[in-house]
Design a protein around this ligand. Sequence first.
Ligand code: AMP
Ligand code: GLY
Length: 432
Amino acid sequence: MKVLIVGSGGREHSLAWRISQSSNLTRLWVAAGNAGTAALGENLSIRSNDVDGLVEAAQKTKTDLVIVGPEAPLALGLVDRLADLGISVFGPSRAAAQIEASKGFALDLMKETGVPCPEFHIFTDQTSALDHLKSHQGPVVVKADGLAAGKGVLLCQNSEQGAAAVRECMSARAFGEAGDTVVLEEYLSGPEVSVFAFCDGENLSPLVAACDYKRLEDGNHGPNTGGMGSFAQPDFWNAELAAQVEQTIMRPVLQAMAERGSPYKGVLYAGLMLTGAGFKVLEFNCRLGDPETQVVMPLLVSDPLELMLACAQGDLGQTQVQWETKSYVGVVMVSGGYPNQYETGFEISGLDTDTPEDTMVFHSGTQLGDGGASGLPVTAGGRVLTVVGGGNSIESARERAYGRLKQISFKNARWRRDIGAVANQGAAQAAG
Ligand code: AMP
Ligand code: GLY
């Protein structure tokens, strides 16, 4: 199969890495890719929101399967465009991607189908949102309805902070049109887990769970980031919880989407919080997570291309999907200054040393240096690498990941020391 992966982060490098092991693969392109994907296939310099450019590339290369990593091209309708041309594509249609692209859409769907979620109110004008807050007591979560690159969630301790957050969205328009509609949500607490189901519109794979760390600093302090680390699968996750999430969350959503005429294909990602009253859905995403994919791909036993093609073609019922029972931990190395301003262009050394057993390095913001493939890659973004280790427990996987990380360096590199540490595994994500 000739395959085109859309995206340029660690998620896409780990997809490319796992797909490269498939005997079904004949050619691989990645748009736009990074220095890591350049070693596995051919990078195409097309941005992931350039839908016309991507459609043209898929046609020109006679790609058999397009795999879409990030949410933006999904929300822009890339899948619909490719499907119209008869090109198989892994990912949801524009209508199905609404599950991530509009928080209000997802919450209404959950309410109608009885899927557990926080209590919520949706507002399209600021006065009504502020009026609502006047009678509100205690903490509240304010969310921009649309896609805001992971920044549109404001956790507020009281209604004054809530009002400021509403104004930030609706009159200051800090998130552009994504904040023209806001959602006020009940403030929940508890450990968080990201759960992934591969879907073909009707059927779904066995679930796989991972946790990510969003805060910049050890102990879950500092600002939110795109993700500083991850591990899979969490110790608290078991067959019983998986069955519960499948029956009460994933299947009802799949069925409701199909009934609405927008069957869900691709990965359905449920961001869950384990509250005193059981699991509640904080968000759905229409794609795999980053940096969760970097610890989930190594767990995939089944052929990745058979799996993704089956999702695209509605054949998942005929496909065996199996996850390994090992553990993986991923530590993200970032540029000093991230998530605010940072410098790039620094050489990364230690990537081609003798690698310890069961370790992988997935690239995010990297590019080939001046020497091309023969020189050292250089940093090109905030999140630079995800260093992954595997083992029979989170502990041993964590040791391997940090052992490999010690071999790698670039100027101003930063990383968290506590990814997968016992003390904060369960509650790793409680602080967001
Ligand atoms: P989201 O982008 O919806 O995943 O939200 C980002 C983070 O905000 C989540 O990972 C949670 O830590 C936190 N969060 C979102 N919704 C809520 C909520 N209703 N109550 C408490 N925390 C939340
Ligand atoms: N790791 C969170 C996300 O991919 O949205």
